[in-house]
Each structure stands twice: as structure tokens, then as C-alpha cells.
Design a protein around this ligand. Structure first.
Ligand code: GDP
Ligand code: MG
Length: 732
């Protein structure tokens, strides 16, 4: 049969939730708009021959941002057998704008009135039959979350697909008479190949001068242009805005006629909470407190307990007890085996110091990471993160930056790659590039081990260290934005950002655990593959060296190959306070994967410090760094070029090698400058000073100059303001 069902709808209308329910897949759902930026495909759980496509959220079919182009191209180019328009019924009027757009496409269509559980909970009701009558296509009330009505929706969609009947043209929006005449005129000139139901959409697009729909014939085009220009003079506005205005004019009464609100509105808890949480004065302090609490719990308290247990007992030598049973630690067990099998010393070194030391060092942080991921997922699920975007938008706007960068930024606290990809929601190319360049400043999951290691080893687990890395990321993004906005390629007004605040709801434990597990599992998999490989390479390079002209195992790491390689580069980092070969090597291996920074330390310190009283990674690390150099090391590793996988994502999004190199170069130079300032001015406090300080002062002066210099004049005015097609302020 080969039916394709396309799910279309506004951002955050519940398309992905419905998609997951229909297909049994687990695509990422987020309680904030614009989580899905690519289209995802699955098959109907009960009819394997039916394909379901989850499209990115769109507000209209006037494609401006990349995600809108993806959705629109799919709908017009692939002509799915049926479109399921997912409508957020709690926001009916606004969502119906897209519905009226979609009806013009002339594809078989069913409206899924989603979130009916919330409509009912608020004491409202919607007359689905009346709405279906008005729109000229079936309307099925559902709740994607609870599953209510989903079966009926599938039946209606399959029936519409099989009948291949387009919506009743009577349900389409009618425009002012002159516009209708123009459309009719254009329709007659369309080629035969455009099927009847799609002709109106093509005519509208042509009247709006959409490049994809203007007639190819020169004389026809000129003729059209005359009529359109004449009409526009008469209307006093463009055909496009006349059409949009008319649509909106009709939507209010349409929504009002089918929606029944309760006589006495119930207390809206979401609004009450928002009054506090997004309050002009309280919002930022509350946000700071929440982030502080998250990192404090994940890294400092609960997380440390779990990590210490994982490092010393589960993976280390100590062992632990389970229901009174003595369970030995992994290192002890493996060590025992190796001894019993009397393997060659180099092999046992490789396994114990290289693999258990390196991979173990990283795996030890998994519990902390899980706690962090759970807490972040709870914040996402309950709807608070959407408020954070709203709050930060207000802050960023004051600096002339686009509010749209936050969604990528917030996603990057899990992993930078989806964060970078989600920059596609930004329409203005310069803002999009800027976001791609700066979003990995946020501390991703893989950077957590570095943060935890330094806060534990150098600062004795001080509570302020971990949360500050989050604020360092935000600060770096703001500072970079301010600097870059004053350079030619980034001039222009920030893209506008309109976002509706979803209602709060209790997080579902299953969803939270799933998100946590997905993120943690990908991390564990990396530990077993790329980190394992890196640890082995590091072990070989550090334990072997050329002695007496022969490659052989060395007793002292400082004679190893790696020491030589690292020592060649280390002077570069000397002004940052960590110009030792081991710190250099750790930083560089971080490019392969950020976990490697800790894995490398694990291998090197395991090898180097045998016989110490307390050979744990934490204790050893602490003896290699001072507070100031630890902080500088942390700042550099958090801000410098991300891992190769993320660099690949940057390259894909930039789609231009020069931009990719610029991004990596910028990140690294920025990281170097910040780490330099941290170390040099920090060292000043503890009695340092000298040529480095002078250098740092010069860098600080340059940074300040770049920050405060006046905006250069734009070359030809400012960039055009791309307006979201959604009406501003409708959200809330
Ligand atoms: P998308 O952007 O359209 O893909 O929307 P998502 O599927 O990511 O859902 C957005 C938010 O709405 C998530 O927090 C969902 O849990 C929530 N949601 C989706 N469907 C329903 C529903 O039927 N009822 C309620 N109460 N919430 C829903
Ligand atoms: Mg989605």
C-alpha cells in the first residue's frame, strides 16, 4: 500500500509525542518548542507498511528558517498520502493559522486536536464536529500523552489516505474579492501538471512572489507582476500580508465559535508559578539558584558519594558489600587474575594502568553524570527550561543578541552536537553561525568528569566550582556575542524570538529515566570504544621510549615518547599555568573526546605515582595543580575547540571550511585568553607577577576594547528584520 502519514504542526504541539506513540519509537520530546529540527521517520506499530514522518514544527508555510524549509519541502515535494495536522488545543486560535495554511495544500488531511486532557482539565470543551464542518476535514480530539483518541485518529488518517480525498474547498480561507480574482487568474495559467487540489496553494505562492512558484515564462511573469503590483497599490500592502491579515481576522471568530470556556475560570497554576519564576527581578536569582542546586547536588553532594564509591569500591581495590556479601573491586579482581595467570609485566601494565586506569577514571564519573542528567531532564520535563529560555531572552536582548540561541545552548548541556544542530531554528544566517560557534561553551556531559575532578581534587569539593562552569558558559556566549556582533559578518539586528510557554506539569519518571539513560548509555559506549582506544594509545606512547637507540619500555614516564611529544607543545600552555607535558597531552587528547582529559590523567598518574600513599586519581591530581592553575586548566578545557564529533557537526552546519576553521580558531583563542587572565591575575593574588601579567593585562585591555567599542556602521543599513510569522505576544 505504501501510505505515508506526515505529522505537521506548530512547535511544541505534541507531534513527537504522537509520533512516538504511533511508532513505538522513542524520539526526543521536550517541553519546549523546537526540539525536532530534522524530520524523523518510523512505521506505524500496527500497520508496518504505513510510514509516519515527524516534521519539524512550523508556524506557517512561508518558509523562512531551515526547519520550515524542511517541513514545507516535504509537504509540497513528497506529497504524503495524508497530513495529520497536530493542533495544540489549548492554544487553538494560534494553531489554526497553520491549519488554514495546510488546507490550501489540497492534500488529504486530518486535524488531531491534541492536549485535550489539558483542555478538559481547565474545564473547557471544544466542539470537534463543528470545527470539522467549518474546516472541511475530519477533526479527532486526542491526547498524545495519555493515548486517548489516538486509535480513532489512525483510523481517520488511514481512511482519508485511502479515499485520497482532499479537504472540502469550502473550508478554505476566503480572501478579499480582488485577491480571490487574482488567485483565480493565476490558477488558469498554471501548467496542467499541477493537480486540481494543489492549484490554489501554487497560486497563493505565486501571488506572494515565492521564488519557487513564479512562472518560468518571461512574458507571463511580467504580466503577473503588473497585476500583482496593481493590486498591491490598491490594497496598500503586499498580497502576502493581505492574505495573512485576512486569515487572522477569520481565525478569532472560528476558534471562539467552537471553544466553550468554563463560566468561572479555574485557578491556573502555571500562570501563578510564572508570575514568580519569570518575575523581572526574581527570575535571574531564581535561575541562578536552580542551576546552583542542580550542580551542587550532581557534582558535590550526592554525585561525589556515588563517584567515590564507584572509584574506590566498585572499580578500585577496596571492594564493597552487598547484602553482607563481600564484593571485590574491579581493579583488585583484574589484578588478581593477571597475577595468577602470570602474564608479562607489560601486558598487566597495559590492562591495569592503561585500561582500568584510563577507562576506569572516566567510568567512575558515570554516577555523577546520571544524577546531573536526571536533574536536567526533570527541569526540561516540568517546563522550567522553557522559562529559562524566556528569562535569558530578556537578558540577551538587552545586549542586542538573539534570544533564539538559548535552545541550542540548553541542549548543549547534554551534548554539544544536538545543540549545534538545533541552531537550525535561527533564521538569520549570521545569528545562526554565531550560535554554532559559541554553543559548545556550555559544559556538556563529557566535560563533567573534568569539572568533578578539579572541583574535588583542587578545591576539596567546594560547592561553587561546578555551578560556575555553567555560568562561565553563559558568560562566554554573551561576551562572544557582544564582540562578534561588532564585526562585519555579524552586524545586524538579532532575530526575533517568539515562544509560547508550555504549561507546567509533573515530570513523568519513565521519560526522565529514559532521557537520562540514553545520554548516559551513549557516554558508557564511548568509554568502551573511543576512550578505551585512546587509553591504550596513551599507555603505549607513555610507557615506551627510545633508550640507547632502541624502542623499549621505560621506567620513568618522563623518558617516554609521549613526554617528548607533550614537552614540545607544553610551552604554549606555560603562560596559562599548566605548561607540563602531561597536562598538555590531556588537553590535546580532549579533542578526540572530552572524557579523554580525565582518561589521560588516569593512565599517566596511575603509571607515574605507584607507591604513593594515596594513589587515587583525585589525590594525585591535586598534587600536580594549584588552585589557580587548576581553574585555568578547567577554563581552557571547557571553552576551547570541542571534540572532533562536535567539530564535525559545526562543519556540517557551517557548510563552509573557512567558517569551520574560523569557529575553531575563535573558540581556542577565546579559551586561551580567558585561561590566561584567570592564571595571571589569579597568580597575582598569590604573589606572582611578571612578564606574563603584562601580557595578560594587554589581552584584558584588548577584550575590553572589543567589548565596548562603538558599533561600526552597517554596510547597507541593518539586516532585514525577519519576522516570525506567528503574531507577537500571542504566546502569553
Ligand atoms: P513537538 O514539538 O510538537 O514535537 O512537541 P513534543 O512532542 O516534543 O511535546 C511538547 C510537550 O507537550 C511535551 O512536554 C509533551 O510531554 C507535551 N505533550 C504532548 N502531547 C500532550 C498531551 O496530549 N497532553 C499533555 N498534557 N501534554 C502533551
Ligand atoms: Mg518534536
Amino acid at each position: 500500500m505504501g501510505i505515508v502519514i506526515a505529522l505537521a504542526g506548530n512547535p511544541n504541539a505534541g507531534k513527537t509525542t504522537l509520533f512516538n506513540r504511533l511508532t513505538g519509537l522513542h524520539q526526543r520530546v521536550g517541553n519546549w518548542p523546537r526540539v525536532t529540527v530534522e524530520r524523523k521517520e518510523g512505521r506505524l506499530a500496527k500497520h508496518k507498511d504505513v510510514r509516519v514522518i515527524d516534521l519539524p514544527g512550523i508556524y506557517s508555510l512561508a518558509a523562512s528558517s531551515l526547519e520550515e524549509v524542511i517541513a514545507q519541502d516535504f509537504l509540497t515535494g513528497q506529497s504524503p498520502e495524508v497530513v495529520v495536522d497536530v493542533v495544540d488545543a489549548t492554544n487553538l486560535e494560534r494553531n489554526l493559522f497553520l491549519t488554514t495554511n495546510l488546507l490550501d495544500l489540497g492534500l488529504p488531511m486530518v486535524v488531531a486536536l491534541n492536549m485535550m486532557d489539558q483542555v478538559t482539565a481547565a474545564g473547557s470543551s471544544i466542539d470537534a464536529a463543528a470545527l470539522a464542518e467549518r474546516l472541511g476535514c475530519p477533526v479527532v480530539p486526542i491526547s498524545a500523552r495519555t493515548g486517548a483518541g489516538v486509535k480513532e485518529l489512525v483510523e481517520a488518517a488511514l481512511a482519508a489516505a485511502e479515499a485520497a480525498s482532499p479537504p472540502d474547498p469550502a473550508g478554505r480561507s476566503r480572501y478579499p474579492e480582488p485577491v480571490e480574482n487574482l488567485l483565480a487568474q493565476i490558477e488558469t495559467t498554471l501548467p496542467e501538471s499541477v493537480p486540481a487540489p494543489a492549484r490554489r496553494f501554487a497560486a497563493i505562492k505565486a501571488a506572494e512572489r515565492d521564488a519557487g512558484y513564479t512562472p518560468s515564462d518571461e512574458s507571463v511573469r511580467a504580466q503577473f507582476e503588473d497585476i500583482i503590483a496593481g493590486l498591491e497599490a490598491e490594497l496598500g500592502t503586499t498580497v502576502e500580508s493581505a492574505i495573512i491579515q485576512e486569515r487572522y481576522r477569520q481565525l478569532g471568530p472560528l476558534a471562539a465559535s467552537v471553544l466553550k470556556r468554563p463560566a468561572k475560570p479555574r485557578v491556573n497554576w502555571s500562570d501563578r508559578i510564572d508570575a514568580v519564576v519569570t518575575n523581572r527581578w526574581a527570575a535571574l536569582p531564581i535561575f541562578a539558584a536552580v542551576i546552583f542546586a542542580v550542580y551542587y547536588i550532581a557534582v558535590t553532594t550526592v554525585g561525589t558519594l556515588l563517584t567515590d564509591w564507584a572509584n574506590d569500591q566498585l572499580l578500585g581495590e577496596d571492594g564493597w558489600t552487598l547484602f553482607g556479601l563481600e564484593v571485590p573491586g574491579v581493579a583488585a579482581v583484574v589484578g588478581g587474575w593477571l597475577e595468577a595467570a602470570s602474564v608479562a609485566p607489560w601486558l598487566s601494565g597495559l590492562i591495569l594502568d592503561g585500561i582500568v586506569g584510563g577507562v576506569g577514571a572516566v567510568l567512575g564519573f558515570v554516577p555523577q553524570m546520571m544524577v546531573l542528567f536526571i536533574l536536567l531532564a526533570v527541569l526540561e520535563e516540568c517546563g522550567y527550561i522553557a522559562r529559562v529560555a524566556f528569562i535569558l531572552d530578556r537578558l540577551f536582548r538587552r545586549f542586542g543578541l538573539s534570544g533564539k540561541s538559548f535552545i541550542p545552548m540548553l541542549i548543549s548541556t547534554g551534548c554539544g552536537i544536538p545543540g549545534i544542530m538545533s541552531s537550525r531554528t535561527i533564521d538569520t544566517p549570521s545569528d545562526r553561525r554565531m550560535t554554532v560557534m559559541t554553543t559548545t561553551f556550555m559544559p556538556c556531559g563529557a566535560k563533567l568528569p573534568i569539572i568533578a575532578l578539579i572541583s574535588g581534587a583542587v578545591f576539596g569539593g567546594a560547592a561553587w566550582v561546578a555551578p560556575s562552569t555553567y555560568f562561565l558558559g553563559i558568560g562566554a556566549i554573551i561576551v562572544s556575542g557582544l564582540i562578534l556582533k561588532k564585526t562585519k559578518p555579524f552586524l545586524g539586528r538579532p532575530s526575533p524570538f517568539v515562544m509560547e510557554l508550555p504549561p507546567y506539569h509533573l515530570p513523568r519518571p519513565g521519560q526522565v529515566l529514559r532521557v537520562m539513560w540514553e545520554r548516559s548509555w551513549s557516554f558508557i559506549k564511548r568509554a568502551g570504544t573511543i576512550i578505551l582506544l585512546s587509553a591504550i594509545v596513551i599507555w603505549f606512547l607513555s610507557s615506551f621510549g627510545v633508550v640507547d637507540g632502541r624502542l623499549q619500555m621505560v621506567d620513568d614516564l618522563n623518558n617516554g615518547l609521549l613526554a617528548g611529544l607533550g614537552a614540545g607543545i607544553a610551552p604554549i600552555f606555560a603562560p596559562l599555568g599548566f605548561g607540563t607535558w602531561d597536562a598538555t597531552v590531556a588537553t590535546i587528547t580532549g579533542l578526540v573526546a572530552k572524557e579523554n582529559v580525565v582518561a589521560t590523567m588516569g593512565v599517566l598518574y596511575n603509571l607515574g605515582e605507584v607507591g604513593e600513599d594515596d594513589p587515587t586519581l583525585l589525590a594525585t591530581f591535586g598534587t600536580h595543580f594549584t588552585a589557580v592553575s587548576g581553574l585555568s586548566f578547567l577554563a581552557f578545557n571547557l571553552l576551547c575547540a570541542p571534540c572532533f564529533a562536535a567539530i564535525g557537526a559545526i562543519h556540517r552546519e557551517m557548510n563552509n571550511p573557512r567558517w569551520t576553521w574560523f569557529a575553531i580558531g575563535y573558540q581556542t583563542v577565546f579559551a586561551y585568553s580567558i585561561a590566561l587572565l584567570v592564571y595571571q591575575f589569579g597568580a597575582l593574588g598569590t604573589g606572582g607577577g611578571g612578564i606574563g601579567t603584562v601580557f595578560a593585562a594587554a589581552v584584558a585591555a584588548l577584550l575590553i576594547f572589543l567589548l565596548v567599542r562603538p558599533q561600526p556602521k552597517a554596510v547597507d543599513g541593518t539586516a532585514p528584520a525577519v519576522l516570525d510569522s506567528a503574531p507577537a505576544g500571542v504566546g502569553r
